[in-house]
Ligand binder design. Structure first.
Ligand SMILES: Cc1cc2nc3c(=O)[nH]c(=O)nc-3n(C[C@H](O)[C@H](O)[C@H](O)COP(=O)(O)OP(=O)(O)OC[C@H]3O[C@@H](n4cnc5c(N)ncnc54)[C@H](O)[C@@H]3O)c2cc1C
Length: 387
């Protein structure tokens, strides 16, 4: 590991543990609300800016840390559910910044990327559509939102669902279908043509703005705000997808690690039937299995990061990593809850939140079954009948 990444990760970890963790009990956070309020986000980011840990994975010259380096920094940022929000490594902004950095024109970068990197603006990514209308979900090719050219503008119409952070975001990346295929557009938010119908009540609660159902009605976007070329939208989604998927693994690994620390501390203090919980084999084994799952997940992340750093799109590897890591972290979070008894399901520690967040993580950026299905398709494609 490089010295610079170790140094950045060390500073991020210290900031999250010393400054961010005390905010977990901030009364402005509603346990089952729609994410931390904007005022709190701004306050945390001001502290991160002052500590020199804001957007730590992007260097002052605009270049990114390698994926392998990013892994240790983002794992450190994830040690609190508020950490990624505070230091600006959170979803969907981190993935959106990555995509804009790869595909945006210099003008688009100045206008849309700069305020994201500086932590002054948040962004949203509009792909999924309402299931009740049979729109894009696990299968993005079912996209119903349309765009058509009109002079030097494009006009977009459709409905989107589960749009994380759109409430309060200043930048949007909207996906729609033209006669050429999928397209991506950069838009300023809020816009009267993009109406938030409702913010969903979901199991998770770490992402500012929550997740919304949105109606897009005759949204006019100047042609120079198309990201890349008409019809290439799914290609760009692929550029975003593998690293974004992996960065979820990195952040939630940090959260699961912290939950494990809390559960271990509980087990090493709490007594039952005349001895500490840790000395009961059933509890000790659960915590031992946590360590094994965490290490395996860490190695999967690092392996996939190396693949991406080697220049591959890492589609297969990121599918494998996403399944392995999200399922392993779910087991870790569940054991942490169990080890802590009633306290584990209460809001007294972040353990119950980590459990809820990781449950949702098994669905977004590709549900486990979809990744397994695409891996199975690859197995069939590559199969050679044995002699
Ligand atoms: C917390 C959260 C945040 C999100 N944020 C965003 C966002 O910011 N922007 C955005 O565009 N979207 C976002 N999403 C949407 C997310 O990407 C979709 O939920 C996901 O793609 C699944 O689509 P769906 O919900 O329509 O499920 P469906 O497509 O209805 O699938 C339901 C289930 O069917 C099964 N399934 C589907 N296909 C297969 C298959 N081939 N083989 C086996 N089983 C299969 C899986 O078990 C899957 O969970 C978010 C979702 C959540 C939960």
């Amino acid at each position: 590991m490089t010295q610079r990444a170790l140094e950045i990760a060390g500073r991020v970890e210290a900031f999250v543990r010393d400054v961010v963790v005390p905010y977990e009990r901030d009364p402005r956070i509603e346990i089952h609300g729609h994410g931390p309020p904007e005022e709190l986000v701004a306050e945390l980011r001001a502290l991160a800016r002052a500590a020199g840990v804001l957007t730590p994975h992007i260097l002052p010259d605009g270049s990114h840390l390698s994926q392998r380096e990013t892994a240790i920094v983002l794992r450190a940022s994830g040690l609190s559910p508020l950490g990624p929000v505070a230091v600006n490594t959170m979803a969907p902004d981190e993935g959106n910044m990555f995509l804009l950095g790869k595909v945006g024109t210099p003008e688009q970068k100045t206008r849309f990327l700069k305020p994201l990197v500086s932590g002054e603006a948040r962004s949203a990514f509009f792909m999924t559509e309402p299931a009740a209308e049979n729109g894009a979900g696990s299968d993005p090719s079912m996209m119903q939102t349309t765009c058509h050219p009109d002079g030097n503008h494009w006009v977009i119409n459709g409905r989107k669902a589960f749009i994380t952070g759109v409430q309060g975001a200043k930048v949007g990346i909207v996906m729609a279908r033209s006669d050429d295929g999928a397209c991506m557009f950069l838009v300023d938010l809020p816009d009267p043509a993009i109406r938030i119908e409702r913010v969903l009540d979901t199991i998770d609660s770490s992402m500012p703005g929550g997740h919304a159902v949105v109606v897009i009605e005759n949204l006019r976007v100047p042609a120079d705000q198309m990201l890349g070329q008409s019809g290439e939208g799914f290609k760009y989604a692929q550029i975003r997808l593998s690293p974004a998927r992996l960065s979820h693994c990195m952040r939630w690994w940090g959260a699961a690690r912290r939950a494990h620390e809390i559960a271990s501390d509980y087990a090493c203090r709490r007594q039952a039937f005349g001895k500490l919980l840790i000395d009961h084999e059933g509890v000790g084994f659960m915590l031992a299995e946590n360590l094994i799952d965490l290490k395996q997940a860490e190695l999967m992340i690092d392996w996939c990061a190396d693949v991406l750093d080697g220049g591959s799109t890492g589609t297969t590897e990121s599918s494998m990593a996403k399944v392995a890591v999200s399922e392993a972290l779910m087991r870790v979070a569940d054991r942490c809850v169990q080890v802590m008894g009633g306290t584990g399901v209460s809001g007294d520690t972040i353990v119950e939140q980590v459990f809820r967040e990781i449950r949702a993580f098994r669905i977004y950026d590709g549900p486990t079954e979809v990744h397994k299905w695409s891996l199975a398709k690859r197995i069939k494609r590559d199969s050679h009948f044995l002699p």
